[in-house]
Design a protein around this ligand. Structure first.
Ligand SMILES: NC(=O)C1=CN([C@@H]2O[C@H](COP(=O)(O)OP(=O)(O)OC[C@H]3O[C@@H](n4cnc5c(N)ncnc54)[C@H](OP(=O)(O)O)[C@@H]3O)[C@@H](O)[C@H]2O)C=CC1
Ligand SMILES: CC(C)(CO)C(=O)C(=O)O
Length: 324
């Protein structure tokens, strides 16, 4: 199987690096030529509790994403792992426009790792023939140049979301996802195919919508959210607002989801959430596709989600030079 990893960041290097170490043919597609050259010069190191895995420089295939569509004409891959952030989806879509002209365009298969909502619809309307699969993962990865740290082993669920379903050829789509999951397992990921991927997408959205903006505003690791009543009260307000939206939409969640949110805080107690990390690194956050999605859905039902709305605006208004 040939895997194209688009976005050689934290998740991209973790998944791509481990797949390559398991003997899968992997090509990395970077935003800049500079990063592609760096990977080919230094190789990739994956640091896990069990030790380091090293992909030698000469084994790394990395190119700027601007060359992907052209190379795909001659040598298409079997699956693309899309590991860019939500904030870079528009750039990626612009770069992929010429894939529409491929003869075999219905064989463009993309596994989307993004947190939040919005990317699948956007991608499906830009590439209507592509097979899109959601990859919901509890892996935690952090990149430093060409080294990626894996924070324990998480679970990854792959599945066709509502966006990609009802487009025919479901058996073929499902089979290709099963094959991708098998390859992921060979590479050491706890990966399963889920028939309830939308539930998992909304569960993750809720967890991110409660934890991320508060840790970003208070600049605390996830575990510290549980340390003060005021923080727990804010979490609960965000939770209740989101659950009211889900109820109006007919989205069923587990009865003990509030317990699960607190349990994620405990199991990732020392984590800097991705939203806080983005702010500290002066990157645009994914708040628009996380809390912004809750706000957008609430509007359809005239529901009040004032906590999400306030946090959305507070985070969007953060100084672009970051905070220290
Ligand atoms: N890290 C994690 O543990 C988890 C992350 N996620 C989700 O996965 C997604 C990716 O996260 P993460 O890996 O942490 O993010 P990173 O910022 O570490 O990686 C994203 C990479 O994409 C590159 N990129 C940006 N635009 C393009 C483009 N058009 N073409 C090719 N590459 C591009 C960036 O390049 P450059 O650095 O040059 O800008 C960067 O290397 C996010 O939506 C996140 O919410 C979900 C679960 C866990
Ligand atoms: C689950 C959580 C909150 C872990 O840090 C996360 O997914 C994130 O930081 O984006």
């Amino acid at each position: 199987m040939n895997i194209d990893v688009v976005g050689a960041g934290s998740l991209g290097l973790l998944f791509g690096g481990k797949l390559q170490a398991a003997g899968i043919d992997v090509r990395f597609w970077t935003r800049t030529l500079e990063q592609a050259e760096k990977l080919q010069h230094s190789g990739i190191v994956i640091t896990e509790r069990s030790g380091d895995t090293y992909i030698k420089p000469e084994a790394v295939q990395a190119k700027p994403v601007s060359e992907l569509a052209e190379i795909w004409r001659e040598a298409p891959g079997d699956w693309m792992l899309l590991t860019v952030k939500q904030t870079h989806m528009h750039d990626f879509i612009d770069q992929m426009q010429s894939l529409k002209e491929l003869k075999d365009r219905q064989h463009v298969r993309i596994a989307c790792y993004q947190n939040g909502l919005g990317h699948l619809d956007m991608l499906q309307s830009a590439l209507p023939d592509a097979i899109l699969c959601s990859a919901i993962t509890t892996e935690g990865a952090k990149r430093e140049v060409s080294r990626v740290y894996r924070a324990g082993a998480g679970e990854t669920h792959l599945g066709l979301s509502v966006t990609s379903k009802n487009r025919g050829r479901d058996t073929e789509r499902e089979q290709s996802i099963i094959t991708l999951a098998e390859v992921m397992r060979q590479a050491g990921f706890d990966c399963t195919v889920s028939n309830e991927i939308d539930k998992l997408i909304f569960r993750k959205l809720l967890i991110n919508a409660v934890i991320n903006p508060l840790t970003a505003i208070w600049r605390i690791p996830n575990g510290e959210l549980l340390q003060r009543t005021e923080r727990l009260n804010m979490m609960k307000q965000l939770y209740d607002e989101a659950m009211a939206v889900y109820k109006a939409m007919g989205i069923q969640m587990d009865e003990d989801l509030w317990e699960q949110v607190m349990s994620v805080c405990r199991s990732t107690a020392s984590n800097t959430s991705s939203m806080l990390a983005d702010i500290l690194h002066k990157h645009t956050t994914e708040v628009e596709s996380i809390n912004g999605s809750i706000v957008k859905m609430a509007k359809q039902f005239n529901l009040n989600v004032s906590a999400h709305e306030t946090l959305l605006h507070l985070i969007q208004g953060m100084p672009s030079e970051g905070v220290s």
